[in-house]
Ligand binder design. Structure first.
Ligand code: UDP
Length: 243
């Protein structure tokens, strides 16, 4: 494709949020390298458009604080274990992206200098300007939060124009589309409606933080090959959550 035929890109800087479970394939636990490689390819196709990309990856494929707490573990310790799980996922994604020739930085909210960079906002912005993919790990660095909130926080700090929430379905529905054939997808939906109807886009703290800072959330299917790039180029099916 020559330059004249390249799609016009609607966003300059975005944050892609995926759950840890998106990396486990059909295994039910942990990391599935071919799945990680597939998602890395989706990210590359957007990077190739010149879009600056931040990523936040959850840790639910390895450990969730709430599940630990439910089994009697002290909650904050369990949450720190969850945050460490997100670092493992971030490193896996970094390795997969670098195999594709994309420069990346894993940036952790909990300093672990031998493994990755600590979070320094201005430094992270500079990486983005140099077209390095920034993978923000260890959530917010605080227990009692989720990586959805971390994604909203970092997207605001980095000046992203939108959060792209990659899921298993192509948007937000009024009921579970995997269970109800008559479920209807919203093209757009307001933050308040998401909160009032418990539409399950992200947890309430993340939605409120996005709403209060006017940061749209685009919910799309990560299982759709080329879906992420398509939306950046103004195509495809998705739901935009906005004010
Ligand atoms: N976590 C936390 N603080 C944060 C982000 C995450 O304590 O700022 C912990 C929490 O225990 C959570 C786990 O890390 O359950 C994994 O993150 P999350 O559940 O958001 O992962 P996902 O569901 O997206 O895979």
């Amino acid at each position: 494709m020559n330059r004249a035929e390249e799609p016009k890109v609607t966003y300059k800087r975005v944050l892609l949020k995926i759950s840890g479970e998106a990396l486990m394939g059909d295994q039910g636990f942990g990391l599935h390298p071919p799945t990680v490689a597939r998602i890395a390819n989706e990210v590359k196709s957007v990077h190739d458009l010149g879009v600056e990309i931040c990523m936040v990856i959850g840790g639910g494929n390895i450990f969730r604080g709430l599940s630990g707490a439910a089994q009697g573990m002290e909650r904050t310790t369990a949450d720190y274990m969850g945050m460490l799980a997100t670092v493992m996922n971030a490193l896996a994604m970094q390795a997969a992206l670098e195999q594709l020739g994309i420069h990346t930085r894993v940036i952790s909210a909990i300093p672990m200098d031998q493994v990755c960079e600590p979070y320094i906002r201005r430094r992270a912005v500079r990486h983005l300007e140099k077209k390095r993919v920034c993978i923000f790990a260890a959530g917010t660095g605080n227990p009692y939060f989720t990586t959805d909130t971390a994604a909203t926080l970092r997207a605001n700090e980095m000046g992203c124009e939108a959060i792209f929430k990659g899921t298993k379905v192509d948007g937000v529905y009024d009921k579970d589309p995997k269970k109800f054939a008559d479920a209807k997808r919203y093209d757009t939906v307001s933050f308040d409606e998401v909160l009032q109807k418990h539409l399950g886009v992200m947890d309430a703290s993340a939605i409120a933080l996005a709403r209060d800072n006017d940061l749209p959330i685009i919910v799309f299917s990560l299982d759709e090959p080329g879906g992420f790039r398509g939306i950046l180029a103004g195509e495809g099916t998705y739901t935009k959550v906005q004010g």
